[in-house]
Design a protein around this ligand. Structure first.
Ligand code: CU
Length: 319
């Protein structure tokens, strides 16, 4: 069967097989019920009769359904086996789920918030979660697997048609669960290679430049660009806006130098947002809470390198 991915066909063929058998029996049983109601109506059969055993019939209605369910099991098992065994030559992409966005990391170090893949190439996803249980779900490929903190799950697919496919989170994971959406974007092989190489160079040059400039020197436009990309890929934008609108978390707009009212150890304090406050809010977000917001942000400790943290701080200072 053709579909967006071979996994689509593997699931659909079993599904259609089971539905077809169920439909056949639905029609057969309904028809027989109506037929018997008419045939054995009290007017025609005033006196009820007992039937005592019919070995042939009993064998038939035991053996046939057994064979049918064994076939269902066999095809189901074959499909399951197919979906659970990623081809050896798969390209591996690691996926990190967190409230409420996805992070994709490629073998060459590139990070994105959308899953870009070449067509006709098997892709193996290594799933993990940073906070609670999420579930990576691509309806078009008929694949779904939980992303569990501390456990690595996997999935595979191979897109056969260029296009965009929806990705959803299929495990209720809190307030913004329904908005934990992204896409699989399948591109032609050559176009993907080009994109992949370009992204790698961008990633490398950014970190090379921030290595040489170090923290004390004013950040370059490149670092700020890297910061803007990082807040996207690292999922900050799932809860913070840059245009002043109130979301799950406070807006980034005009944050640097602003007076903020915080709650620390149940006491209210007012501070001016400086660089060290911004750093602390990223690494220990729940130590001082902006008044009126809930302690929902996961700590980014161990998730960001020094260069990445610097890039984000530099970017936030400019908003
Ligand atoms: Cu989720």
């Amino acid at each position: 069967m053709s579909g967006a991915s071979p996994t689509t066909g593997a699931v659909d063929s079993v599904f259609i097989f089971i539905v077809a058998i169920s439909l056949f029996f639905l029609v057969l049983i309904t028809f027989l019920m109506i037929y018997f109601i008419i045939k054995y109506n009290k007017k025609r059969h005033a006196k009820a009769e007992d039937i005592h055993g019919n070995t042939t019939l009993e064998i038939i209605w035991t053996v046939i359904p057994t064979i049918i369910v064994l076939f269902m099991f066999y095809f189901g098992w074959k499909g399951f086996e197919f979906i659970r065994n990623a081809p050896e030559d798969s390209m591996e992409v690691s996926v990190t789920a967190r409230m409420w966005s996805w992070l994709f990391e490629y073998p060459n170090g590139v990070e994105t918030d959308t899953l870009y893949v070449p067509v006709n190439t098997p892709i193996k996803l290594l799933l993990n979660s940073q906070d609670v249980i999420h579930s990576f779900y691509v309806p078009a490929f008929r694949i779904k697997e939980d992303a569990v903190p501390g456990l690595q799950n996997y999935l595979w697919f191979e897109v056969s048609k260029i296009g965009e496919y929806d990705v959803l989170c299929a495990e209720y994971c809190g307030l913004q669960h329904a908005y934990m959406l992204t896409k699989v974007k399948a591109m032609p092989q050559e176009k993907f290679e080009e994109w992949y190489e370009q992204m790698r160079q961008e990633t490398q040059s950014t970190y090379a430049s921030s290595d040489s400039t170090q923290m004390s020197i004013e950040a370059s436009p490149k670092t700020s660009m890297a910061g803007s990309r990082l807040v996207q890929t690292r999922g900050c934008m799932a809860c913070h806006s840059t245009d002043g609108s109130k979301m799950i978390g406070p807006t980034f707009q005009g944050l640097f130098g602003r007076e903020v009212v915080l709650i620390e150890d149940e006491k209210e304090i007012t501070i001016t947002a400086d660089e060290s406050y911004i750093r602390e809010s990223i690494m220990q977000p729940n130590k001082k809470l902006v008044k009126g917001y809930n302690p929902l942000m996961p700590s980014q400790e161990g998730q960001l390198s020094d260069e990445e943290l610097n890039a984000i701080v530099e970017y936030l200072k400019k908003l």
